[in-house]
Design a protein around this ligand. Structure first.
Ligand code: FAD
Length: 397
């Protein structure tokens, strides 16, 4: 194999976790040769609410000095609705000067990968290049793709919720009955509903764990997604228009959106949770959704989790670590422990919320109690926005 195709680290996937890891590593040591394999065109659109929580906003701003986030509109906070009734509204600014952002994630991923490739001209992004197999050899991984083969000393999987790398390494599968599906589109506001200042994200809770997320990505358009159990989706027998309109009616959102020229194309994604729950399998490190980064998009923190996991992993890697098998294993195990500790309570809280929204009335009562004071509402929304994590991140950046 020619020298050109041999790398120090290969990252599979150029989503938020892969692109940020490539950037962090390229900044740490310009001599490392990094390969990024991406099965699609890098930065192609994905089903995602594209709400970046305040902690994710903070992490990008503080750790990527070159990043340009100026085209994205700020989000002041969140509103929570139960069916058509608003039960809580909270602002991030009570606890932190930085709000959330309505982003175009592809723009961010593109900037990160470009910066990584600029740092060392030997770094390589292979777009439209799917990893189809990999074999562990004595001192490296042989990576097999439709566009030729590569070798890399170390392998990191950033290949998303279904993770091909994880499935090859026999990760545990989640049960079918727990799976959910998400439908997604950009909807246009009716003219009188345009959003100017005071921009809020919205979560609309419905029955049986169904919810709608809204993120006003511009003053005229909202990023809309509805998340439902697969069983419920199948009951609509592919009539997505009816499904979406049924849920929109239950939330009274039809009064706010313009459906006159809407051609009703919704993108779908399934499953919506990480299949692999482990951030380390053997000597392979997993970041973002590939390593259990997302249990459900309800609280809109998948991108933050992806960024944080890559941040932790990059911190553990040094030139000695890349060369030495024992040190590499020690470092990725340490990464695993740190990320488990960091996300421990938040994941428990998210699971509790998941349980709550399935029981319908429980979240209503809890949220109603919290919303009795403005401070309570702000605290709840800030917790969801991971603002408490910023304090810890400030210490370790
Ligand atoms: C409906 C929905 C709404 C969401 N809303 C939000 C939100 O508002 N805010 C938020 O923060 N998070 C949200 N999330 C979660 C967020 O999208 C993810 O957590 C985030 O994208 C994780 O980034 P990642 O880099 O780990 O994975 P991904 O972004 O999935 O990137 C993985 C990449 O790997 C590539 N890949 C896969 N297999 C291969 C292969 N074999 N070879 C090469 N490349 C491969 C893929 O093409 C992809 O580009 C939402 C998720 C869903 C499902």
């Amino acid at each position: 194999m020619s020298e050109e195709n041999i790398f120090d680290i290969a990252i599979i996937g150029s989503g938020m976790s892969g692109s940020y890891l490539a950037y962090q590593l390229s900044r740490k040591n310009k001599k490392w040769k990094i390969l990024i394999l991406e099965s699609k065109k890098a930065s192609s659109p994905k089903v995602c609410g594209e709400y970046l929580c305040p902690a994710g906003h903070f992490l990008l701003k503080e750790t990527v000095p070159e990043i340009d986030l100026s085209s994205f509109l700020p989000l002041r906070g969140m509103k929570v609705f139960f069916h058509a009734k608003k039960i809580l509204e909270g602002s991030f600014f009570h606890y932190q000067s930085l709000g959330g952002l309505s982003v175009k994630r592809g723009v961010i991923e593109n900037q990160l990968v470009s910066l990584a490739c600029k740092a060392n001209e030997k770094n390589l992004l292979m777009e439209n290049t799917k990893l189809t197999d990999f074999v562990k050899e004595e001192n490296s991984y042989l990576l097999i793709t439709e566009n030729g083969n590569f070798k890399s000393r170390r392998l990191v999987a950033a290949d998303g919720r279904v993770s091909f790398v994880g499935s090859k390494m026999n990760h545990k599968k989640i049960e079918n009955k727990k799976k959910k599906i998400a439908l997604h589109a950009h909807l246009k506001f009716k003219k009188e509903m345009f959003v100017n200042e005071d921009r809020f994200g919205e979560i609309h809770l419905l029955e049986e764990g169904i919810y709608i997320g809204l993120n006003p990505v511009s003053n005229k358009k909202v990023n809309f997604s509805v998340t439902i159990p697969v069983k419920k989706y199948l009951a609509y027998e592919n009539n997505e228009k009816k499904l979406v309109m049924d849920f929109i009616e239950k939330t009274s959102l039809e009064n706010r959106f313009d459906f006159t020229n809407f051609n009703f194309h919704f993108s779908k994604t399934y499953p919506i949770s990480s299949i692999n729950k482990k951030a380390v399998l053997g000597d392979v490190a997993f970041v973002g959704d590939a390593g259990g980064g997302i249990i459900d998009p309800l609280t809109g923190e998948g991108m933050f989790n992806a960024l944080t996991m890559s941040f932790f992993l990059a911190k553990e890697i040094s030139a000695e670590v890349i060369k030495d098998d024992v040190l590499w294993k020690k470092s990725i195990d340490s990464y695993n422990k740190k990320q488990l500790r960091f996300f421990f309570w938040k994941k428990k809280f998210d699971l509790f919320l998941q349980f709550g929204i399935k029981t319908s009335i429980l979240p209503f009562i809890i949220l109603k109690l919290i919303s009795l004071t403005e401070k309570g509402s702000d605290f709840f929304i800030s917790y969801i926005g991971n603002i408490k994590k910023i304090k810890y991140l400030k210490k370790i950046i």
